[in-house]
Design a protein around this ligand. Structure first.
Ligand code: C2E
Ligand code: MG
Ligand code: MG
Length: 706
């Protein structure tokens, strides 16, 4: 049986009276009418019966020994199942006090004795029916208030609006607490006061609800920005529904919104990850290209010029190799900031965009400038960047000067398409690097043609290795006092398709860029060893020493030591036959690896010489750290002898310093008697130069010297 609802014809009725006859009569009447009847002669017993049985109605006498009718009534009311139970009290006919007391004790109704039995049955039926109705109403009311609680406790924000005035009629707790209003304050407001157009959708909320308001639809999806009492905003998304208000008969609007602030933040973070470089926080290549496309579209419409600058750091690898990746990362961040300042403070850039600078990866950055009047505008920015790099950057209390090479393309002159512009900027940047680094270069078609030539050359060079078009010439190194060769330097030549010898400076940089130099370099070492062995077999030069040049790519390659040992072993040579020439740049670009490799080669017994000294960093401080035997003064100093005073004094200083370090000094590129006289005077003991011999083929070497 339902807790509260009874079957009207068969309900359990409890009759309580100390008078046995009354009990009996009532029992008969009621059971005849179809009710289940329990009888009891005392209040206490009746209460137990009530507790043990599902009683639908109680009829009780008032005056009873022990627990009287009032007390029984009060006890029943105090229980959960008795709170709304119909209780009918039987009173004396004119006992006003009894009537009053019955109601006070919680009785539902009373009936006077003597009992009219026909009336009683109807009275009982009526009371049960009324109680059922009450219980039903109570149940829906409970459900409603439960629903109310659900709505109130919902994390969704629920707003009720009058469909005509669009004034708020109610808001749930979630909405009130997020908005910061009390219900009283909020119900004075209208929709447009606090629900505003969402920034992304941009459609005013009233427009979003239009079809609801004019009755075309029952639900619409909407997005809005909510204005808090404190003036801040938060984004919401959700649905708005129409609902018929049973009270007023009018249509209400119910909005069920979700605060999507958190979701937006997550989305923003994902977006950041996808579009920004996590190290420098700059836009990445993808975002840059997207923005650049927009800038180009606007420039196209407004007939504006724009520029793209491709910035590549020249000696970043050096920092990374010497100090490790953390220092490298720190340097990149500092450079990023520096570059940002350069475009921020730019007086020529009309449109200042947070996104005009990007890191493309590694040590590559890109910048676009919009609203450019002419190339001079762009030069200003490029020069500012180069100047900003002059100031050393301090990392781990060491100073570093990082330079950059900048390639520049102009829109629309060099192209209208982003891909084309990027490619051309890259080509221009490489040209800037080739032309000696720390500079900028505008793209020109000539550069492009040269790049194509280079690509052609690279293809040929690859084949040159396979076709055996490479060969070595040897240039003697003389002891000045005896004018006799004390050794030779192997110099690479390319007999390109039999068209004549290509000098190394025309193809070695290319070979370095494409990594071909590693295999070419290994070939040079092996070929030199083979030549030494052959000359030894022919009985030439017992203490023959031949030098080979090493490129920086070979120094990065730990295989170098193995290549050298293998070649020496293959031709059964002792390591002191071989001298290895490296330049300062090679050494500086891979300081730690270079040091390891050189120490190993030196320990084996090879001679190490520092080539082109003075043409690179000239960092005398570092000299002592390297395991050197020979220092070769660059020919640029020799050619300045007696031309400007500084050439002479520098040579004198280098010679003095080298001697103090115990190094053998060689003057490179000596061409004239005047130069010879000067170096002799300075105490230089060896020379290599056209004055006594150019590089010669092995045949010529044999003819002239052996
Ligand atoms: P380098 O090692 O400094 O070689 C000396 C260069 O100076 C040679 O040029 C030589 O011909 C030139 N030279 C010698 N005496 C004189 C002179 O009196 N006047 C002038 N003007 N030049 C003189 P070459 O053979 O053209 O080689 C140029 C550079 O190419 C070399 O400079 C070296 O850095 C590089 N190289 C040559 N062979 C190899 C090689 O097998 N591997 C690598 N990695 N580099 C090589
Ligand atoms: Mg050399
Ligand atoms: Mg040299």
């Amino acid at each position: 049986m339902d807790n509260h609802l009874c079957d009207l014809s068969t309900a359990n009725v409890l009759v309580v009276d100390d008078d046995g006859t009354t009990c009996l009569l009532l029992e008969k009447t009621l059971s005849d009418a179809g009710f289940q009847v329990f009888t009891s002669s005392s209040g206490a017993e009746a209460f137990n019966l009530f507790l043990e049985n599902p009683i639908g109605l109680v009829i009780s006498d008032i005056l009873m020994p022990g627990k009287n009718g009032f007390e029984l009534c009060a006890d029943i009311r105090a229980t959960e199942q008795g709170r709304f139970l119909p209780i009918l009290m039987m009173t004396g006919s004119d006992d006003d006090n009894a009537v009053e007391g019955s109601f006070q004790a919680g009785a539902t109704d009373f009936i006077s004795k003597p009992i009219n039995h026909a009336v009683l049955v109807h009275r009982v039926r009526y009371m049960l029916r009324a109680n059922n109705t009450f219980m039903e109403w109570k149940k829906t009311e409970d459900q409603l208030s439960r629903l109310g609680r659900v709505l109130d406790n919902s994390s969704n924000e629920i707003l009720f609006l009058d469909g005509e005035t669009l004034g708020f009629t109610d808001l749930n707790n979630a909405a009130l607490s997020n908005l910061g209003f009390t219900k009283e304050e909020a119900t004075l407001l209208y929709l447009g006061d606090i629900v505003l157009a969402n920034t992304e959708v941009g459609v005013p909320i009233v427009d979003q609800l239009e079809s609801l308001i004019n009755g075309e639809s029952k639900a619409v999806r909407c997005a809005a920005s909510m204005l808090r009492k404190d003036g801040t905003f938060y984004p919401v998304e959700g649905y708005a529904y129409t609902s018929l208000n049973n009270h007023s008969g009018k249509v209400d609007i119910v909005c069920i919104f979700e605060d999507i602030t958190h979701r937006k933040q997550v989305e923003a973070r994902m977006q950041h990850l996808a579009y920004y470089d996590s190290l420098t926080n700059l836009p990445n290549r993808g975002l840059f290209i997207e923005n650049f496309k927009k800038v180009l579209a606007v420039s196209e419409r407004n007939d504006n010029q724009a520029a793209l600058l491709f910035v590549d750091l020249d000696n970043f690898k050096y920092v990374n190799d010497t100090l490790g990746h953390n220092a490298g990362d720190e340097l990149l961040c500092k450079i990023a900031k520096e570059l940002n300042n350069c475009i921020r403070s730019s007086d020529v850039v009309g449109l200042r965009s947070e996104h005009s600078l990007a890191r493309f990866g590694g040590d590559e950055f890109a910048i676009f400038l919009s609203h450019v009047t002419d190339e001079a505008d762009v030069i200003l920015v490029a020069e500012r960047i180069l100047e900003s790099m002059v100031t050393p950057i301090v990392i781990e209390s060491r100073e570093f000067v990082v330079t950059a090479s900048i390639g520049i393309v102009m829109f629309p002159e060099d192209g209208r398409d982003v891909d084309v512009l990027l490619r051309k900027a890259d080509i221009a940047m490489y040209e800037a690097k080739n032309r000696g680094r720390s500079g900028y270069q505008f793209y020109t078609d000539n550069i492009y043609a040269r790049t194509l030539d280079q690509m052609e050359l690279e293809k040929d060079l690859r084949q040159a290795v396979e076709r055996g078009e490479l060969l070595l010439h040897y240039q003697p190194k003389y002891e000045i006092s005896t004018a006799k060769p004390s050794g030779y330097e192997a110099l690479l030549r390319w007999n390109k398709k039999g068209e004549g010898l290509v000098p190394p400076m025309e193809f070695i940089p290319l070979a370095e860029e494409s990594n071909l130099i590693v295999s070419i370099g290994s070939w040079v070492i092996r070929e030199t060893c083979r030549q030494i062995r052959q000359w030894k077999e022919q009985g030439f030069g017992k203490a023959l020493v031949v030098a080979v040049n090493l490129s920086s790519k070979q120094m990065q390659d730990r295989m170098l030591v193995k290549v050298v040992t293998d070649a020496l072993d293959e031709f059964d040579l002792s390591p002191d036959c071989l001298e290895l020439e490296i330049t300062e740049t090679v050494m500086m670009e891979n300081m730690s690896t270079a040091l390891d490799v050189l120490r190993e080669l030196k320990a084996m017994g090879c001679r190490i010489s520092l080539d082109d000294f003075g043409s690179g960093f000239s960092s005398l401080n570092y000299l002592g750290q390297f395991p050197l035997d020979v220092l070769k003064i660059d020919k640029s100093f020799i050619s300045r002898i007696n031309i400007d005073g500084s050439g002479n004094s520098i040579i004198a200083a280098i010679v003095a310093m080298s001697k103090s370090l115990g190094l053998m000094v060689v003057a490179e590129g000596v061409e004239t008697e005047e130069q010879l006289a000067f170096i002799r005077e300075c105490g230089v003991e060896y020379l290599q130069g056209y004055i006594w011999s150019e590089p010669l083929s092995p045949d010529d070497i044999e003819k002239q010297f052996f």
